[in-house]
Design a protein around this ligand. Structure first.
Ligand SMILES: Nc1ncnc2c1ncn2[C@@H]1O[C@H](COP(=O)(O)OP(=O)(O)O)[C@@H](O)[C@H]1O
Ligand SMILES: [Mg+2]
Length: 346
């Protein structure tokens, strides 16, 4: 077998001292229209050139309004949906070039948790059997030992191991999400991709599940990609935050820096739009209007149609994601100009 020589990727590493685990470059994904107003055949661009990197053990939040491409990004990173352009390297291996068997083996190391655990759990099988599936499929324990492993996983997510024989409907929403997390952990993954895992839960339960993920991260050294339409949910869980708008990354920064000083007008508007006790300084803009259709995004900066700072030039070129401080990148020429101006006068 010939070894492919994989040239280095463009996106800078979030933590240069930590080995990169997952890297993606130029991810683009379109979907043919389902009919409706725009008619069949019209392409919706869910991702329009996304670069992404995750260090080993790092927790990254991916945020943006519904429809901005978060779930598509998750699926493309796991190679559940192939990218139309761009590539994904997991531990140095290009997912699109892996033979099926190797891709399956690699999938063990990246697990997905969905928004609705009820839809992802089989209503007729005991939760213990469903958690055992991954262990048995990937031969991680002999069948006789699988039950002990299931009991251990249930305890890890804060559930009673004695309830392994129960059916999903016997649990509450929050408990079902714990079961889904236990099932994801059953294969001993390096990365958990959680797509809006608390969005369907009561507010009081959301914090418990977020705390569980936080705790699992520290205990297991788990990498985490936490997707949420609510910026505030990722605040205390994630090391770094990536903000998406209409299929593009518009800002990325260490979580503390992003909340202290959001720089993209969209990030500022998102922060101001969500009621919070911790309103960030400078976040006075309010998010108005609907997100334009991804089938027909505005030219240049897609956010300009809702942006208080929009200038005529914003309609021209697609803004590039450029360095904007330690560990930060920003795709807004006016905000970048302010930064440069501030630096010149500092
Ligand atoms: N399988 C699909 N077929 C057609 N369009 C899709 C499909 N999946 C996603 N889309 C479209 O792509 C865009 C991004 O969707 P998605 O990734 O689900 O966004 P988010 O998770 O941020 O809400 C939306 O306009 C959505 O309608
Ligand atoms: Mg989604």
């Amino acid at each position: 077998m010939t070894a492919h020589i994989i040239p280095p990727l463009n996106p800078p590493l979030p933590f240069p001292d930590r080995a990169p685990l997952l890297r993606a470059e130029g991810l683009t994904r379109g979907f043919k229209g389902r009919g409706g107003l725009l008619g069949r055949g019209h392409e919706v661009l869910a991702l329009r050139g996304v670069d992404f990197a995750l260090a080993r053990g790092e927790a990254v939040g991916v945020v943006g309004e519904s429809g901005c491409g978060k779930s598509t990004l998750a699926r493309v990173l796991l190679h559940l949906t192939p990218a139309s352009a761009g590539r994904v390297l997991f531990d140095g291996q290009d997912l699109a070039r892996l033979p099926r068997r190797q891709l399956r083996a690699l999938r063990r190391r990246m697990q997905l948790v969905f928004q609705d655990p009820f839809a992802s759990l089989d209503p007729r099988r005991s939760i213990g059997d469903q958690i055992a599936d991954g262990i048995l499929i990937h031969h991680l324990a002999a069948p006789a030992e699988a039950q002990a492993r299931v009991a251990d996983l249930l305890a890890q997510v804060g559930l009673d191991p004695a309830h392994a024989g129960r059916l999903p409907h016997e649990f509450s929403g929050g408990q079902r999400q714990r079961i889904a997390i236990a099932r994801a952990l059953s294969t001993d993954p390096d990365v958990l991709v959680a797509d809006e895992p608390v969005s369907a839960l009561d507010v009081s339960v959301q914090a418990q599940v977020v705390n569980l993920l936080k705790d699992l991260r520290t205990r297991l050294g788990l990498g985490l990609i936490f997707i949420s339409h609510d910026l505030h949910v990722v605040r205390h869980l994630c090391d770094r935050v990536v903000v998406m708008y209409l299929g593009r990354v518009v800002e990325e920064a260490p979580a503390a820096a992003l909340f202290a000083q959001p720089r993209h007008p969209y990030t500022q508007a998102l922060l101001a739009a969500t009621p919070s006790m911790h309103a960030a300084p400078g976040a006075r803009a309010v998010l108005s209007g609907e997100m334009p259709s991804p089938a027909n995004p505005p030219s240049g900066c897609a956010f300009r149609t809702r942006c208080a700072r929009a200038q005529p030039a914003c309609a021209e070129a697609l803004p590039e994601l450029l360095p904007a401080g330690p560990g930060r990148r920003l795709a807004c020429p006016p905000a970048l100009a302010d930064l440069a101006h501030g630096a010149a006068h500092a």
